[in-house]
Design a binder for this molecule. Structure first.
Ligand code: BES
Ligand code: MN
Ligand code: ZN
Length: 496
């Protein structure tokens, strides 16, 4: 149930002496040969210097140049990766490391050494996170190709450092975060018939068992007792048992208020009676990326042993049309007593989160962050580059955006002004679940806010950022790992 991770270690070998099948050298714009690179250049018989002098390689962002290596006593292959003009070294190194590992996967070298000059702690961590991200693959439902066509899978990577002892903490935290990312990406990539609400709950149990977290799972029966009419109406068209899963990590002081992380876990979103068009519907297996992000973050936080209390909550179900499904025009009552008019059954994520957010109240959270692939409108507004960030507390919004920036998961604030509330006013109930196309991301968040009772709260709309529909230089088509990094960075900053 845990994804297989590549083994990442540290090595104090100089780049020129690294006798590995592939050495990747990450360089800034306008690179110069000096220091440890002179030694490498000597090993390569001056090939590096000649390439730079000819401007074969200028070090622009994502630029790569493959140099031949040496037969023995040095790297067998050398790949230069450009980092461009560096404004955020940590981000540049993470990116270059991901590119390095992606190439190693394609070449089938089995192992890769990564050198990016002298690295401070967070840069070692970034290199490790990047290498793991670039190495990640999902092949569980692929038969092996014939023996002679198989490439050696990438199973090992090393970050070249000056001082192994000093880099140890960065390696450890990088590996912890990488494990969280890999867990989230695996769940997101898994087909919906395998990654079911049951499976998400079982994954939570597994995380809990390995790290000593308390796990609570509510099914249809328990949720009925809790009067979660909003969550349950989404699940009423499916025979699968919906799951509200709670993971309690108690790393902080006894009695200290926890941070709560909440995730939308739609294992498949067909739209329900307001059914989606067939074109691209298969993508909607990814509609549990918020929940996957929570599970991945809990895995990483537990591995990091962060001294903070953190509660993870996920709302998992599928959204299916059927004779028992909820209909447009129906009115349901959420566990906080509010009546909701269902306008569009495809606006189901907010219905699930409504009851999960209301349930979060009982943990007396100091801050709540939810993540959800909530609106197509967010993809229109911010594309696949930035997560939409909204909340009821500007300081918390900024804290979350800053955490995302450190993690390489940029977020951008959208306003939650009361003026927009007009759009979700219902004729028959307290609120309606869709405000139409205008400001769709904002009205979805305003809907959620109706179920936020007296705690600071931030909502992350990750509809555009949790998944890439095209191959990137750093990642193959599929899940990105967002928002694991944002969650972990946020909690880690709360720990000090
Ligand atoms: N899971 C979708 C949001 C989504 C759509 C994410 C496309 C990524 C790509 C969500 O449940 C949904 O269907 N939202 C509707 C809301 C509308 C009916 C108010 C949408 O965005 O169209
Ligand atoms: Mn939907
Ligand atoms: Zn959805």
């Amino acid at each position: 149930m845990q994804p297989t991770l590549i083994d990442i270690t540290l090595s104090a070998v100089a780049p020129g002496a690294a006798s590995s099948p592939l050495l990747v050298v990450a360089l800034p714009a306008q690179p110069a040969v000096g220091g440890p690179l002179s030694e490498l250049d000597a090993t390569l018989g001056g090939a590096l210097q000649r390439s730079l002098a000819r401007s074969d390689f200028r070090g622009s962002r994502d630029e790569t140049l493959h140099l031949g290596g040496v037969a023995d006593g040095g790297p067998q292959r050398v790949l230069l990766v450009g980092m461009g003009k560096i404004t955020d070294r940590r981000a540049s190194i993470r990116r270059a490391a991901a590119i390095a590992a992606r190439h190693a996967v394609k070449y089938g070298t089995g192992t890769v050494d990564f050198w990016a000059g002298a690295l401070v702690d967070v840069e070692v961590e970034a290199a490790v996170v990047g290498l793991a991200a670039g190495a990640w693959e999902y092949k569980e439902q692929k038969s092996l190709p014939p023996e002679d066509e198989r490439r050696t899978p990438l199973s090992r990577a090393a970050v070249l450092v000056d001082d192994i002892e000093a880099a140890q903490p960065g390696l450890a935290s990088g590996n912890a975060i990488a494990a969280g990312h890999a867990l989230a990406r695996r769940l997101a990539m898994m087909p919906g018939n395998l990654c079911t609400p049951d499976y998400l709950a079982a994954t939570a149990e597994d995380i809990g068992a390995r790290h000593g977290l308390r796990i609570t799972v509510l099914g249809r029966e328990e949720m009925t007792r809790e009067k979660m009419g909003s969550f349950l109406c989404v699940a009423q068209g499916t025979p699968q048992d919906p799951k509200l899963v709670v993971l309690e990590y108690r790393g902080g002081a006894e009695g200290a208020q926890p941070v709560a992380l909440v995730g939308k876990g739609l294992c498949f979103d067909s739209g329900g009676i307001s059914i989606k068009p067939a074109q691209g519907m298969e993508l909607m297996k990814f509609d549990m990326c918020g929940a996957a992000g929570v599970l991945g973050a809990m895995e990483a936080i537990a591995r990091l042993e962060l001294p903070v209390n953190v509660v993870g909550l996920i709302g998992a179900t599928t959204n299916m049309p059927s004779g028992t499904a909820v209909n447009p025009g129906d009115v349901v009552q959420a566990s906080n007593g509010k009546y909701i008019e269902i306008i569009n059954t495809d606006a189901e994520g907010r219905l699930v989160l409504a009851d999960v957010l209301a349930y979060t109240k009982r943990f007396d959270p100091v801050a709540v962050i939810d993540a959800a692939t909530l609106t197509g409108a967010c993809v229109v507004a911010l594309g696949h580059t930035a997560t939409g960030v909204m909340g009821n507390d500007d300081a918390l919004v900024n804290e979350v955006i800053a955490a995302g920036a450190r993690a390489g998961e940029p977020g951008w604030a959208l306003p939650l002004w009361d003026d927009y509330k007009e759009l979700i006013r219902s004729d028959v109930a307290d609120v309606k679940n869709s405000g139409g196309r205008a400001a769709g991301t904002i009205t979805a968040a305003l809907f959620l806010q109706e179920f936020v009772d007296g705690f600071p709260w931030v909502h992350l709309d990750i509809a555009g950022t949790a998944y890439t529909e095209s191959d990137l230089v750093t990642l193959p088509r599929g899940p990105t790992g967002t928002p694991v990094g944002t969650f972990v960075e946020f909690v880690r900053a709360r720990a000090v």
